[in-house]
Structures are given as C-alpha cells and as structure tokens.
Design a protein around this ligand. Structure first.
Ligand SMILES: [Zn+2]
Length: 303
C-alpha cells in the first residue's frame, strides 16, 4: 500500500534541536517498519519572522537529511516518484519567511525539491497572517504573487497555521486548490489551528487536500486521546464528502505528545486497522493512506 504523511518536523528536531535519533518519532527504521512510502520533511522557518536566522536554520535542516539518505531513504523531487514498496521523503517549507527577499527565492526552494509551503507558521510575515494572531486580514499583494509563482511551479499552497481570511483568498483569488498539510476538524475540537466544516467543504468542492494532524490537543479538547480519535477526524472529513481528499499529516517530531497507539511512524498500520473498524472499504482506505495525495498533485501539477 502507498502510505504518505504530509508533515513532520524531524529535520528541525535533528538539525537544530539536536534531538538524538533514538528519541525521534520518525527514523529510517520506523519508516521501514511502518511501510511509509512518502514522508514529508518540513524545513521549519517560522522562528521570529524575518528577524530570525532563517537561512542558517534551513542549512542545518538540509544537512540533517543525510541521516535518512545514508540509510538508503532518498529524497524525491515529486511525490509521484515515490515507490509504493520503498521509503522516500519529500521536502516542504513551514513558514513563508523564506520568500520574503523576492520572487526568485521561490525558484531556489523549488530547485531544492520543495513541493509544499505553509505560507505562515505562527508569526505574521510578508505573505499573510497566522490563525494564532486572530488577524482578519487576508494575503498581502506580495503573498498572492508568491502563491501564483509557487502554483506555476507545482508547489502546493499549505493553509495549516494560516488564518481564515488567507484561506479564502487562496480559494477565491488563486489558480489551484490549497491543501492543509497538518490540521484537524474544528467541529470535533475547537482550536484555532483546525478547519471549520465550511473550509473543509471548500477543499472538497475545489479539489484540495487535508492531512489530519496526530497532535492530541488538536484532536480532542481534553488534550488526550488514542489512535481511534484520529480515525474519527478522518471519518468526519469523509462525512463532509471528503473521502478522496483526506490523509495523514502526523506532525511527528513537532509534537510533544501523541495519541495512545500512534507513537511514531512505525505505528501507522494501527491507524489503518482503525479505519477498517469504521467500515471503510479497501479502496477508500488506500486513498486515505496515500493515493489521495498523489491525485491532489495530479490536479495541481498535471504531468
Ligand atoms: Zn506546524
């Protein structure tokens, strides 16, 4: 089965935070054990907006890729290049600060193999405003230019962390449907990081994508849950008509707690088992596991 995960902070944990490999939720061994065909590694750049050392952090994160490459897990430049029977990773960016110095920077990150970009992390930047701020402004004029250039280059605009006004600007003013790489359902857990049913319906009708986050605080208002709760959020997206646009966005190595039974990449098969218990067909589960993500890239970047 082709299994994909659209968000993790493993490269930040390794390269910047210097987390020991034995303490990671995603390691080469865990990717193999979990049968993860395509793991997305974020280049996290959200630190303190453009006042932070963005390029220094990105450099350290890029260097940290070697832990996977040295163990035979290669980077792919396109999600559709990942092999169902192998393990590979793809790069994303979390925090549009990397694009603040001009539109040419979009080309630079595309050349590195970046295929999705969360336009903001939790700080406002030259592109837009985060959900965390409560700001009601949409994307900036410059932000719209950046997104259009990204979309012309097969890069997905990722709304996780972005505010709602920015989300609707992506829906209404740009050429390709956006994705949420690591978000959950607001109607099951009231948290500013989650998407409303109205937003999820817009992703369904527009052909977007949502990877359900595994962070207990986004899954359950008690901040505690087990693997079944992740399946409930996936099922909720299905109830809204989204069985072909939903998948996994673990946020592994960026979260301090996990659902019981879903502690790392090696445990993802337990989530697939849970989906079966929800009565989903093998075809629907294969879509949720990863094929839905490949279909999303076929929509935004036909080849
Ligand atoms: Zn995040």
């Amino acid at each position: 089965m082709f299994i994909a995960d659209t968000h993790s902070d493993t490269l930040y944990a390794l390269g910047v935070h210097r987390t020991l490999e034995s303490d990671l939720m995603i390691t080469p061994d865990k990717l193999r054990k979990g049968g993860i065909s395509l793991q997305t590694f974020a280049l996290w750049t959200g630190v303190d907006g453009n006042r932070g050392d963005v390029s220094g952090i990105v450099h350290k994160e890029l260097e940290a890729r070697s832990i996977f490459e040295d163990k035979g897990i290669p980077q792919v430049q396109d999600p559709r290049d990942a092999d169902e029977n192998g393990n590979a990773f793809m790069l994303s960016v979390e925090g549009g600060e990397v694009f603040e110095k001009g539109l040419d920077t979009v080309d630079e990150f595309r050349a590195l193999g970046v295929r999705m970009v969360a336009l903001t992390w939790n700080h406002a930047n030259a592109i837009g405003f985060p959900a965390k701020s409560g700001d009601k402004r949409g994307l900036t004029e410059y932000g719209l230019k950046v997104v259009r250039k990204m979309q012309d280059n097969g890069m997905a605009a990722d709304v996780s962390h972005l505010n709602e006004a920015g989300f609707w600007d992506l829906i209404n003013k740009t050429n390709q449907p956006p994705m949420a790489s690591h978000s959950c359902c607001m109607s099951l857990c009231r948290h500013f990081r989650n998407l409303t049913d109205e937003q999820i319906r817009a992703l369904v009708s527009g052909g977007g994508y949502i990877g359900i986050n595994f962070y207990p605080s986004f899954l359950s208002e008690s901040g505690k849950c087990d693997v079944r709760r992740v399946a409930e959020h996936i099922d909720h997206v299905c109830q809204l008509g989204g069985e072909h646009i939903v998948g996994f966005g673990s946020d592994f190595d960026g979260i301090e707690t996990t659902p019981e039974g879903l502690e790392g990449a090696d445990t993802v098969p337990a989530l697939l088992e849970c989906l079966k218990e929800f009565g989903m067909s093998d075809d629907i589960i294969a879509g949720i596991a990863g094929k839905n993500l490949l279909a999303y890239y076929d929509r935004i970047d036909p080849r």
